[in-house]
Design a protein around this ligand. Structure first.
Ligand code: NG1
Length: 445
């Protein structure tokens, strides 16, 4: 167990001791499920996003930060190509499947899809089946990634599974290759999302955010850069307690609005493929070419095809102009944030976070009364540098940069105001900016 503590120290630093009971409970549960023998401990973190929301699938810019909360997967390789999975969370039933290059998905919403996707994608990439394993996912509490809270629990689960398959297959792809594989694996699950969550889960560095340009270069590689978080401030996460379930349809409709914008702008600018391509064009010249609102059916009537997007009905009303405006302005805000973080102008960082929230709420329409209540309460505390929703939206979390000395006052104030306004309890915790996913250690049970 000393070896376990050493492994935990490398990841959690001062927090390692506090993690021990969680790891021990998971090891006991694993032994109960699968018996004695060696067990490989793997982890992948959740994330918040400092700024750059819904820009990743438009080839834009993002600035996420890994949480020190992670998905913990215990696994033991098997020789027969089978994957057997158990979960300490009662909501998730035991499941199993065989590894191949065409793994039939389980029904929508089944958690095994987050393992089926990476197994299939890695098998395809390597040109032969990856080894299966017996796996157990640890409980979400304490220190796990809260589910449905916009802190990317699903990507953390996908990445943990992918890291396990890659580990047992002896494959050491680059971070970018692995992130792409995980992103494809999430498409397997049905999300037409971007690559931000997988990149930060894999490439995070302690104490840093990760600037990621989501446009691949000609070699399929991505430009990333660790960005130190501002000294003297804590990044606080406020979980509204409102969970976004069944919002994938809404999500895909936002993707559809962006794709519609590109298709319409291509009439005058045939070279463009993503909204990123118009970052240097003046917005006023672009917006006149974009309808305020249009249905998918009406677009089809104009020969505008939106590609493969599950659950976007013909009568869905897409707010094309406002959605594209959000993406266009958000990309600029990310680049400016990068610049002012470098120059130490934290007040301006705060204004940019506030502007990003306003745009997410008014233009992209992904905020909720609860998220607005949290951002408003956060801004009432002296010295706070901005507040904004983080992640996909429709519930989940808000983040704020809070001066070191104000954390207690902030937590009390925001908790009280939020309860008064909404009757709900917010969970408020500091984000320690932890490291990326990987093998923690191997233990003999
Ligand atoms: P969350 O908050 O984890 O649902 C989603 C997408 C991101 C990004 C954000 C919005 C996936 C797996 N995640 O994150 O890629 O588009 O929304 O910025 O699709």
């Amino acid at each position: 167990m000393e070896q376990l503590l050493d492994g935990l120290m490398e990841i959690y630093g001062n927090g390692a001791e506090a993690q021990l009971p969680r790891y021990r409970a998971a090891l006991d549960a694993f032994r109960e499920c699968y018996g004695p023998g060696p067990v490989h401990l793997l982890r992948a973190p959740g994330r918040v996003n400092l700024i750059g929301e819904h820009t990743d699938y438009n080839h834009g810019y993002v600035l996420p930060v890994a949480l020190d909360r992670d998905v913990l997967l215990l696994a033991r390789p098997r020789g027969d190509g089978q994957v057997r999975l158990a979960n300490m969370e009662r909501d998730f039933a035991d499941c199993s499947f065989s590894v191949s290059d065409a793994i039939p998905p389980a029904r929508a919403g089944d958690w095994s899809n987050y393992a089926r996707g990476p197994a299939q994608e890695l098998t395809r990439l390597l040109g032969g089946p990856v080894p299966g394993f017996d796996g157990l996912v640890s409980a979400a509490s304490p220190f796990g990634v809260p589910r449905g809270a916009g802190v990317s629990s699903s990507s953390a689960l996908t990445v943990a599974m992918a890291v396990a398959f890659a580990h047992f297959a002896g494959w050491k792809g680059s971070g970018a290759e692995m992130a792409r594989l995980c992103s494809d694996a999430e498409w397997y699950v049905g999300t037409r999302g971007g690559i931000m969550d997988q990149f930060i889960a894999l490439l995070a560095e302690g104490g840093h955010a990760l600037f990621l340009d989501c446009r691949p270069n000609d070699d399929g590689d991505f430009c990333t850069r660790p960005v130190p978080l501002p000294a003297g401030y804590r990044l606080l996460v406020m979980d509204s307690g409102v969970r976004h379930t069944n919002t994938r349809n809404e999500f895909n409709q936002r993707v559809a609005a962006c794709r519609a914008g590109v298709a319409l702008l291509r009439r005058g600018l045939p070279h463009i493929t993503h909204l990123r391509d118009v970052e240097n064009s003046g917005w006023s010249g672009l917006e006149t070419q974009l309808p305020e609102e249009v249905t998918v059916a009406a677009l089809r009537g104009q020969n505008v095809e939106l590609g493969d997007l599950p659950n976007v009905p013909e009568d869905a009303r897409l707010r094309v102009r406002a959605c594209c405006r959000h993406v266009w302005t958000e990309n600029r805000r990310v680049l400016e944030t990068l610049e002012v973080l470098g120059s130490g102008d934290i007040r301006r960082v705060g204004s940019l976070l506030d502007e990003a929230h306003a745009s997410a709420a008014a233009d992209y329409r992904i905020s909720t009364p609860e998220l607005d209540a949290l951002t408003n309460a956060a801004r009432e505390v002296d010295g706070v540098a901005g507040a904004r929703l983080t992640g996909a939206g429709w519930g989940g979390c808000v983040i704020s940069l809070v001066p070191d000395g104000q954390v207690d006052e902030f937590t009390t104030h925001v908790g009280r105001v939020y309860a008064d306004k909404t009757g709900r309890e917010a969970t408020i915790f500091p984000c320690q900016a932890g490291p990326g996913a990987g093998l923690v250690t191997v233990v003999e049970l």
